[in-house]
Design a protein around this ligand. Structure first.
Ligand code: IPM
Ligand code: MG
Length: 369
C-alpha cells in the first residue's frame, strides 16, 4: 500500500541549501524503491526568508509547515544578518517555528560511529561505542521568558535582561519524554540543572523527582548540576544514557556531546510536540557560512535527521534503519567529507557523499533481492 506523506523542506541559509539537495535525492530514491511517496513543499526560513519577505518565518510558511507530516530544515543564520533587529533575525524564524508548533521536546542523539572513532578529539577508548541521547526542553526557559530586552538606565549605562522560567507542566512533559525514551534504551536518565543557584533549577529537580516516583520508578534517575555534566561528558561520557535538561543548558551540552563524536556534521535532531503536530527535523550544526557554496558541507547530519523523521513522524522506522545502515556502510568504505576526513580515506564533496549513499542503498536493495 502506498503511503503518501507531505513534507515541508526549509533549506534556510549558508550550507542549508546544499545539504537539503541531498535530501531531495533521498526522497526520490524512496519514492522509486519503497511503498512511500511524498508531496514536497519547498519554502524559506531564516535569512533567506528575511531577504524575500522581510521576516524570517512568514505566516504562510508557518501554516504550510503546520499542515505537513514533517518539516525538514537545513540551517539558519549568518553574518549577513548580524545587524538585523532581534525579532527579525534568522534565528527568530526557527524559534518561532518551534514555539508556534509547540515542539517542546528536542532529541539530540550523540552516537560515535566506529569508522569515525579517530575523528574525536578524545581518546578512542573513551568514546568507543558512545551512544547518548540529549533530551532538551525547547519551548521554554530563558529563550522565551519575559521580561527580556535591553533597557537604558539613563546614566550612560544599559541593562540586558532575560528571564528563566519553568512551570511544572513544562518540566513534567519533557521529563516524561526522557523517561519513556530511556526505557527503550539503557534505562537511565540524568537530569541536569543548577538547583544550587537557580529557583527554576530547584523546581526542575523537585518536579522530576516527583514524576519519577509516581510514574517511572523502574528507570534509574540521577540528578547532576549542569556544569558537572559538562565536565563528566569529557571525563567519562559512557556513564550517560539519556540526559534531560532545559533549553539553554541543552543547547550547550548538546554541542559538547556532538563534538565527542568527532564532528557536528554527523549529528541529527528531532523536535517533537503532541502527536497531532508535525515534527521538525534538523541537523545540529549551524549554517557554517565560512564553507557555504563550496561543496564541503557534510550532508549526513541532515540525512540522519531525515531518518529520524521517517521513524518518529512517518511511521516508517524500517526505512530509517535502512538509511542509518547505509550511512554506516559509506563511512566504513572510507568515504568522507572534509570535516571527518582521515588518513587513507577518500575525500568527497557534499553531492558526492549524497551519491555514495544512494549507491549504497541500491547495493543493499540488490543484496536483499
Ligand atoms: C540550536 C541552535 C539554535 C538554538 C539557534 C540557531 C537559535 O544553536 O538549535 O542548537 O540556540 O537553539
Ligand atoms: Mg545550538
Amino acid at each position: 500500500m502506498t503511503q503518501n506523506h507531505t513534507l515541508t523542506l526549509l533549506p534556510g541559509d549558508g550550507i542549508g541549501p546544499e545539504v537539503m539537495a541531498e535530501i531531495e535525492k533521498l526522497v526520490d530514491w524512496l519514492g522509486e524503491n519503497t511503498p512511500l511517496s511524498f508531496t514536497l513543499h519547498r519554502d524559506d526560513i531564516g535569512g533567506a526568508a528575511y531577504d524575500k519577505y522581510g521576516e524570517p518565518l512568514s505566516d504562510e510558511t508557518l501554516e504550510k509547515c503546520r499542515a505537513s507530516d514533517a518539516i525538514i530544515m537545513g540551517a539558519v543564520g549568518g553574518p549577513k544578518w548580524d545587524s538585523v533587529e532581534y525579532d527579525k533575525r534568522p534565528e527568530a524564524g526557527l524559534l518561532r517555528l518551534r514555539k508556534e508548533l509547540e515542539l517542546f521536546a528536542n532529541l539530540r542523539p550523540a552516537l560515535v560511529f566506529d569508522a569515525l572513532i579517530d575523528a574525536s578529539s578524545l581518546k578512542p577508548e573513551i568514546v568507543k561505542g558512545l551512544d547518548i541521547l540529549i533530551v532538551r526542553e525547547l519551548t521554554g526557559g530563558v529563550y522565551f521568558g519575559q521580561p527580556r530586552g535591553i533597557e537604558d538606565l539613563g546614566n550612560g549605562q544599559r541593562r540586558g535582561v532575560n528571564t528563566q522560567t519553568y512551570d511544572t507542566y513544562e518540566i513534567e512533559r519533557i521529563g516524561r519524554v526522557a523517561f519513556d525514551l530511556a526505557k527503550k534504551r539503557r534505562n537511565k536518565v540524568t537530569s541536569c540543572e543548577k538547583a544550587n543557584v537557580m529557583e527554576s533549577g530547584k523546581l526542575w529537580r523537585e518536579d522530576i523527582t516527583k514524576l519519577h516516583a509516581s510514574e517511572f520508578s523502574d528507570v534509574e534517575l540521577e540528578h547532576m548540576y549542569a556544569d558537572n555534566c559538562a565536565m563528566q561528558l569529557l571525563r567519562e561520557p559512557s556513564q550517560f544514557d539519556v540526559i534531560v535538561t532545559d533549553n539553554l543548558f541543552g543547547d550547550i551540552l548538546s554541542d559538547e556531546a556532538a563534538m565527542l563524536t568527532g564532528s557536528l556534521g554527523m549529528l541529527p535532531s528531532a523536535s517533537l510536540g503532541t502527536p497531532e503536530t508535525p515534527g521538525l527535523y534538523e541537523p545540529v550544526h549551524g549554517s557554517a557560512p565560512d564553507i557555504a557554496s563550496q561543496g564541503k558541507a557534510n550532508p549526513l547530519a541532515t540525512i540522519l535527521s531525515f531518518a529520524m523523521a521517517l521513524r518518529y513522524s512517518l511511521n516508517a522506522g524500517e526505512h530509517a534503519d535502512k538509511i542509518e545502515r547505509a550511512v554506516q556502510d559509506v563511512l566504513n568504505q572510507g568515504i568522507r567529507t572534509a570535516d571527518v576526513m582521515a588518513e587513507n580515506c577518500q575525500e568527497v564533496s557534499t553531492t558526492e557523499m549524497g551519491d555514495a549513499l544512494i549507491q549504497t542503498l541500491n547495493q543493499q536493495l540488490q543484496k536483499a533481492a
